[in-house]
Design a protein around this ligand. Structure first.
Ligand SMILES: *Cc1c(COP(=O)(O)O)cnc(C)c1O
Length: 316
C-alpha cells in the first residue's frame, strides 16, 4: 500500500486544524462533544473541500491545466473554494452551476464575483449534461483543462479525509464516534477509510443532507480511493453508517437544522450553515437525545465549514 505522502499534492490550506471540546454543549447533552475545526482550513472561508482540492489541484497542475472546471448548485461551497484555489494557483476557474438554489449575488456567488470568476448556469438536473458542457467549453477554448466533479468527491479527493483522520489519530485523543455531514460522499468515505487505517475503535457516522443513494455512491468512491493507494482495505457495508439529516431535501433549511444552528451559536459562539453542518449537527443532537452516546463517550463532530451559505439562505 502507498502512503499518502507518495500521492502528488499541493499546499493550499493550513493543517492540522484544531480539535476543540464544546464544554457547554457537552454539559447540555451529558456526553463529551468535540469539534474538528475544518472550517479553519485557511483559504476562502475555509471548509472541507480544501483537503480534497490539495490532491485534485495537484493532478490538474501535473496535467498542465490552465482552466479548472467544477460544478454544484448555485450556492456550492465547493465551487467557491475551487475558484479560490484555482486563483491561488494561477489557473482560470470556470464554474458551470446547476440553476438551482439561491441565485442572487450573495453568499458564495458574491465571493465568486469578488474573485472575478466565470460563473455560468445550466437549467438541468443532470450533472452529465454539465460535464458534457465543460468538455464543449474546454475544447472550444483550445486550452488544457481539468474537470473536478461535483463536491470534489472522487477517489482522489477522498484521500484528503484519510489525512484528516490521521491528524485526529496524531492528536492522541480517543474518540468513540466521529460524526460528519454527508453531501456528495467524499468526506464520509475518506473518514471511514482513515478510521479503518488509523482509528479502528472509532465508529463513523455520516449525516446525509441529501436524499440520494449513498449505498451506491460511497462504495464506488471507496473503491477508487483504494485503487489509487493500492490499498487492500475493506470497509464492510455495516461499518459505513448513515443517518438521515436532509429534512425536506437538499439545501432546504429544516427545523432540526435551524435549531442546531442556534444551539451551537448560543452555547459556543460558532456558526453552522443551513445546508450541511446545521443539519448534520441537528442529527448529532437527535442521536444524543435518543441515548446513543454514553456520558463517558467522546464524540467528534467534523465541522466542515459552509459559512457562505449562512449569508445566502434564510434560516428563519
Ligand atoms: C460539501 C460540504 C459537505 C459535504 O461533504 P461531501 O464530501 O460532499 O459529502 C459538508 N459540509 C460543507 C460545508 C460542505 O461544503
Amino acid at each position: 500500500m502507498k502512503s499518502l505522502n507518495e500521492i502528488n499534492r499541493v499546499t493550499l490550506g493550513t493543517f492540522p486544524t484544531p480539535i476543540q471540546k464544546l464544554e457547554n454543549i457537552s454539559r447540555l447533552l451529558g456526553t463529551n462533544v468535540w469539534v474538528k475545526r475544518d472550517d479553519l482550513t485557511g483559504i476562502g472561508l475555509g471548509g472541507n473541500k480544501v483537503r480534497k482540492l490539495e490532491f485534485l489541484m495537484a493532478e490538474a497542475r501535473e496535467q498542465g491545466a490552465e482552466i479548472v472546471f467544477t460544478t454544484g448548485q448555485a450556492q456550492s461551497n465547493h465551487a467557491m473554494l475551487t475558484a479560490a484555489c484555482a486563483r491561488k494557483m494561477g489557473m482560470e476557474p470556470i464554474l458551470i452551476l446547476k440553476k438551482r438554489g439561491v441565485m442572487g449575488r450573495k453568499g458564495n456567488l458574491l465571493l465568486e464575483a469578488l474573485m472575478n470568476t466565470d460563473v455560468r448556469f445550466m437549467d438541468t438536473d443532470s450533472y452529465d449534461d454539465i460535464y458534457a458542457e465543460m468538455d464543449r467549453v474546454g475544447k472550444e477554448s483550445g486550452k488544457k483543462y481539468y474537470k473536478i466533479p461535483c463536491g470534489g468527491s472522487n477517489g482522489l479527493g477522498a484521500l484528503g479525509y484519510i489525512d484528516c483522520v490521521k491528524e485526529i489519530a496524531d492528536s492522541g485523543l480517543h474518540f468513540d464516534y466521529i460524526v460528519c455531514p454527508e453531501g456528495s460522499g467524499g468526506t464520509h468515505v475518506g473518514i471511514a477509510l482513515g478510521a479503518k487505517m488509523f482509528l479502528p475503535d472509532t465508529t463513523v457516522i455520516g449525516a446525509m443532507v441529501d436524499d440520494c443513494s449513498f449505498e451506491e455512491i460511497t462504495p464506488e468512491i471507496m473503491r477508487e480511493a483504494c485503487r489509487i493507494l493500492e490499498a487492500d482495505v475493506t470497509v464492510k457495508d455495516e461499518d459505513v453508517l448513515h443517518v438521515k439529516a436532509w429534512g425536506e431535501g437538499y439545501a432546504i433549511p429544516s427545523e432540526e437544522g435551524n435549531n442546531a444552528i442556534k444551539v451551537m451559536a448560543e452555547n459556543e459562539g460558532l456558526f453552522l450553515d443551513p445546508v450541511y453542518t446545521g443539519k448534520a449537527f441537528g442529527a448529532l443532537l437527535r442521536l444524543a437525545k435518543e441515548g446513543k452516546f454514553k456520558p463517558t463517550d467522546n464524540v467528534l463532530f467534523v465541522y466542515t465549514g459552509g459559512a457562505g451559505g449562512l449569508f445566502a439562505i434564510d434560516t428563519q
